[in-house]
Design a protein around this ligand. Structure first.
Ligand code: PMP
Length: 439
């Protein structure tokens, strides 16, 4: 049922709200779609606007187990009405959650520090890496976003900022399996070039006296456009970082909690074990909870030299929300669902690509996948304009999705984890309707 939010009254309300927003929040505050959506309610994989129209949510990974999942809502409400304090008192919730969470990791990753946002988690993870290695330098990809604190935002090459150029960081090339360079014919050729770029980054940090503290990287390169990688890619990366005296911080803010379908964590999916893992977004199904998981050695080194305290991090309500979310993931077999539904949905998208060659490549894993939109030149030329047209048209037809990747032309399909085969049918029937119209 497409939204009917196009009445004059609705348009006038939207215009007034946008003006109020700009007056109160300032200019350039990010907002989705040419015709922004005014959401008032959510349930499962659906969200509802102020006119009662419903939208299939194919975008949001924060309501991981579904919008307003009753079990998470109940856990938050019940703990809020009992006690909420900071973490300088004894409380079972943090300990129970730390045990529940670390049971899903390799035995080398056994200590937890909780924060409120993914940005804070990455910020403190970099401090931990520096404290553990004695080095200062940080490596990221050349198309990265890891958060909004001064430390991580100043590393970002994806979002605009005025924090200036850092001297203690270097970038490695972003793998792009769809746009191989001249002379490359396999994924391994691409990987060899990326690894050579990583070697240069390491050499530069060492030459300039920073050394290598960490590579901060998403194990599925989510914001970079989730490229296909050859087997053993991260083993080769880790070998280089460790040989330089550094550690890997796997930023699992996007890839964690079973999103990729094969495993609970993106690094397990990518077949390597990092020294530090950061978590966020889906962790509390919308309650702001995030954190760092690392070895006992790294945690001890950090805690011995730093009095880290986070007023809201690790509070009993946050831990109740996170624990309920993980319970639902495990009990409702949502990792398995991500694999099955995601595989089925990718096949459906591939069928659509056969009929619409503007969908040039399909990739991803589990319930994080998408298709690259290209021009009809036959040259894999990215078409971000078509991408924008499509996601705006999809919004008007009642399906929410986004764009990502190096060229902003990759349809990003990353719905709440209970997404079903029937939901996928709604998505692709709508996408076909839109493609028929705009192509
Ligand atoms: N890391 C990655 C990979 C992200 O995509 C984001 C947010 N999009 C963050 C960290 C920052 O998380 P937060 O917004 O919770 O601070």
């Amino acid at each position: 049922m497409p939204p009917a939010n196009t009445s004059d009254k609705a348009n006038t309300e939207t215009a007034a709200m946008l003006a109020r927003r700009e007056r109160l929040l300032g200019p350039n505050t990010p907002i989705f779609y040419d015709n922004p959506v005014h959401l008032v309610r959510g349930e499962g994989v659906w969200v509802f606007d102020n006119s009662g129209n419903r939208y299939l949510d194919c975008y949001n990974n924060v309501p991981h187990v579904g919008h307003c999942h009753p079990e998470v809502v109940e856990a938050i409400a019940s703990q809020t009405s009992t006690l909420n304090v900071h973490s300088r008192y004894l409380h079972d919730n943090i300990l129970n959650y730390a045990e529940q969470l670390t049971a899903t990791f390799d035995t080398s990753l056994q200590c937890v520090l909780l924060t409120c946002t993914g940005s804070e988690a990455n910020d403190v993870a970099i401090r931990m890496a520096r404290s553990a290695t004695g080095n200062k330098g940080v490596i990221v990809t050349d198309h990265n976003y890891h958060g909004n604190t001064n430390e991580v935002m100043s590393l970002s090459t994806l979002l605009m900022h005025d924090l200036g150029q850092r001297t203690d960081s270097q970038t490695m090339p972003t793998p792009d399996s769809y746009h191989l360079l001249d002379g490359e014919s396999t994924l391994q050729d691409m990987a060899n070039r990326v690894l050579a770029g990583l070697d240069v980054a390491i050499d530069n940090l060492q030459r300039d006296g920073h050394g290598v503290a960490a590579l901060l990287v998403c194990p599925i390169f989510a914001n970079e456009g989730f490229p296909n990688l050859p087997d053993g890619f991260f083993t080769a990366v880790k070998k280089r970082i460790n040989a330089a005296g550094g550690v890997i911080i796997a930023d699992e803010v996007q890839s964690g909690f079973g999103r990729c379908g094969h495993a609970m964590w993106g690094h397990q999916h990518a077949n390597f074990i990092p020294e530090i893992v950061t978590l966020g977004k889906p962790m509390g199904n919308g309650y702001p909870v995030a954190g760092v998981v690392c070895s006992a050695d790294i945690m001890h080194q950090f805690r011995t030299h730093n009095n880290y305290f986070n007023t809201f991090g690790a509070n009993p309500v946050a831990c109740a929300a996170a624990s309920a979310t993980l319970n639902v993931v495990q009990r409702e077999n949502l990792v398995e669902n991500a694999l099955q539904t995601g595989t089925h949905a990718q096949q459906q998208l591939a069928q659509l690509a056969n009929r619409y060659p503007v969908i040039g490549d399909i990739r991803g894993s589990g319930l994080f996948f998408g298709g690259e939109l290209i021009k009809a030149t036959g040259q894999r030329d990215p078409d971000p304009v078509l991408g924008k047209t499509i996601i705006n048209a999809m919004r008007n037809e009642g399906v929410l999705m986004g764009l990502i990747g190096r060229f902003d032309n990759l349809l990003k399909i990353r719905p709440p984890m209970p997404f079903s085969v029937d939901d996928a049918s709604v998505l692709f029937e709508t996408l076909e309707k839109v493609l028929r119209r705009v192509c």
